[in-house]
Design a protein around this ligand. Structure first.
Ligand SMILES: [Zn+2]
Length: 292
């Protein structure tokens, strides 16, 4: 009986609520005299990593896209901040200023995803086309080229179908498996996450401070080798790393770097004077925000 009564009460309350006339609140963007929308538009950035390389405790684990807001005058201020530029943190400050996806900071993003966010920021603030000029390698004439950021970002998301590879991707462990050319051991390696990179940088700084040697290759191998010859015991792998032949170490680095997702940074160009065709490397830089 009491349950019925409660239900009736709730219903009555609901009805009462519905009958209260709702005052009409005009949306905020209509409340300015400039005819500008006060709501800054946002843009989705598809991540070249597809969220695959993040560890489970990263906010980006499994995340295929993030949302950023368009560049405004506030970000223009960050881009011209000489202190940020000198400290090398101008891109991170910019990313943190426009990031709309909760819990994600520049610190969490791996390089390729950072570049995708920055290219999108350039697009929203200053347009899709970036102009370059370069000298033709054949005749020396000036070659103009226009780069579409949208096109470049789309091409970075295309999965390369490499058929001629001697490694295998194991989806369940998110590792790459292959045979070392000299030791002839089967190894499984993972790609460095942003946390791994940070950890390596910290231990390098710490050892330098203490005057201890830091070997980049050894530390890199320790960080990426998940298993070797079916053994995943860390102390055994650490010992193996010390005696690993140089050619095997190089093989591991090559497979690692080949599989690290990247933002496309080359463009095809053709000289208008002599017809010479070339490929030009155009890595993302701060200058992209100034060129038009
Ligand atoms: Zn030419």
């Amino acid at each position: 009986m009491s349950r019925n009564r409660q239900r009736t009460n709730i219903q009555q309350q609901d009805n009462a609520h519905q009958q209260v006339p709702q005052p009409h609140i005009p949306p905020q963007q209509d409340a300015n005299p400039f005819g500008l929308s006060f709501v800054v538009p946002t843009e989705i950035v598809k991540l070249p990593s597809f969220g695959r390389l993040y560890s489970q405790n990263s906010p980006l684990f499994g995340m295929e896209q993030v949302e950023v807001k368009s560049l405004t005058a506030a970000e223009e201020d960050i881009l011209i901040n000489t202190s940020f530029i000198e400290q090398g943190i101008v891109f991170d400050k910019l990313i943190d200023s426009i990031m709309m996806t909760p819990g994600v900071t520049a610190d969490d993003l791996m390089d390729c995803d950072k570049i995708a966010v920055l290219m999108t920021a350039r697009k929203t603030g200053y347009g899709d086309i970036v102009n370059f000029s370069t000298a033709c390698a054949n005749c020396g004439a000036e070659v103009q080229l226009d780069i579409s950021l949208t096109k470049m970002l789309e091409e970075s998301l295309e999965e390369q179908e490499d058929t001629d590879v001697d490694w295998e991707y194991l989806e369940e462990s998110n590792t790459y498996s292959f045979k070392l050319p000299v030791a002839e051991l089967e190894v499984q390696i993972k790609l460095l996450t942003p946390e791994d990179t940070k950890h390596l940088e910290m231990s390098r700084a710490q050892k330098q401070k203490l005057g201890l040697p830091f070997n980049d290759t050894l530390e890199f191998l320790r960080a990426v080798i998940v298993a070797a010859g079916g053994i995943s015991d860390r102390s055994q792998i650490n010992k193996l790393v010390e005696v690993l032949p140089a050619a095997d170490a190089r093989k591991i680095r090559v497979v690692h770097n080949e599989n690290m997702p990247k933002v496309k940074s080359t463009v095809e160009l053709q000289c208008q004077s002599c017809g010479h065709q070339d490929t030009k490397e155009v890595p993302f830089s701060l200058g992209w925000f100034w060129s038009d």
